[in-house]
Design a protein around this ligand. Sequence first.
Ligand SMILES: [Zn+2]
Length: 487
Amino acid sequence: MPAKGNKGAPHRYIKSELKSHKKVWEAEYPIRWSYMKILREYSTLRQFYPDIDPYAEAYQMRENMWAIYSESLDGMGDPWIYAIRGPRKTAVIDTGFGVGNLKGLVRKLTGQDEIIVLNTHSHFDHAYGNGQFEICYCHRDEEESMRRTMNEHIWDYLYDPQTREGIYSDFDVDDIIEYHDYQLRLLDDNECVDLGDGYLIECIPLRGHTVGHCGYLDRQNGCLFLGDTTGVNPINYVKNKLENNCVERLHDDLEKLCQRLDEVSGVFPGHGMLDQTPVMVRYQYQATERILNDPENSDETKIMEIQGQKVRSCCKYIQQGTSMKYSPDRVYYWQVRDYHFYGSSEALVPVKNERYRDVVNPRHLYDLLKKLWDRHSCTPRLREKWSEEDPSVGQCTITAVLVQKIFGGRIYAMALEEGGFHHYNEVDGHIFDLASEQMRGRKLVYDCAIERSAAELMERPERHQRYLYLKEKLDRELGLADEAVND
Ligand SMILES: [Zn+2]
């Protein structure tokens, strides 16, 4: 939602010939503001065609690439749009607010008629001009969010319907280009779009800010377009892919991109400074790492109200950049993912065994085990039924013992109708069962009637072997040294 920015002009006003005039200003980032002031007031790269689009000015950054500036119309940061001229067609990366004739401007700059849009994500300031074009691409995971913006009401929040006056910025409502449906095409991770003669632009997944946020890499000139990587939204508006809306996902995606910085000549973000050095990606990655290591230790914290919900908004500073915004409630996968094992809402108890302090809680352990459970750790009787799709099959007893080792509490046995027992855990009054998904569709009774000790469960040598096997896999995953104690 549009921010409550600073009302009234800031003390460092930037001269502008644009037709829009701000009423609400973005909070001033010193590093960004000074850059924009110099660029807009003194740069010789500026191209302004008010007869075509009085809301945008362009800066030619490469022989075939332009950065297009327009003011934010909702009080947030001013967005960048980019145009890349390929051998046969032009790609426009993001489309801003859709006020003013962007398509006409891009045609003027590139001299090409065939234009496709590549969206980094679906937000107001990045995709509301999509309706001016026929074909727009986005990452597959962004589809649901993007479809919510495909209608003529997206601009309603920008102006008062009675007076037709802008709320955050003065602009002429008649300059909104009428909405037209367009074809939405979906890109997979690292899929390329061809601008003709093998001129490839690659979709780089950089999820976190939104569930399907991505960047684009121009494989020819090495320009990397980052979109809004410097912030994970505190609230997700779609139901799908929740695990993509946390700092940990952005961290994992940035980690992959860091391996490829030798392919990058310059970094072009969705807001702020242009043509940054490739090392910026590493600095952003390092900011996500510092957040994961200690989310509570932020450089700034404030309470924001978004759609009636109070959320804590924190940020960590980025070297040579602004800051990485996040909510402490959306840092790790285990905070945002949907879990389907029994008692998952209770499975948040802390670690008791100091050796395993890197395992945050049982949900986190479940994420780890999901990758570690295999055919060998499965009880021999059920090995035929074990599969990667159903990895908890035959793992309940050794898992319950491992849970107790890490989190303490008790192990209970549930008698099954077909004979035999299923084991689960209780810790400080919280009952959960990490291996319950194999029991789908069956009636399970968690009455804590039959307690078992780890020692009696480990009496069977075959089972003890499987337990040690799984524990060793976990230790390796966590980078733990061999344990001297034999259990
Ligand atoms: Zn955004």
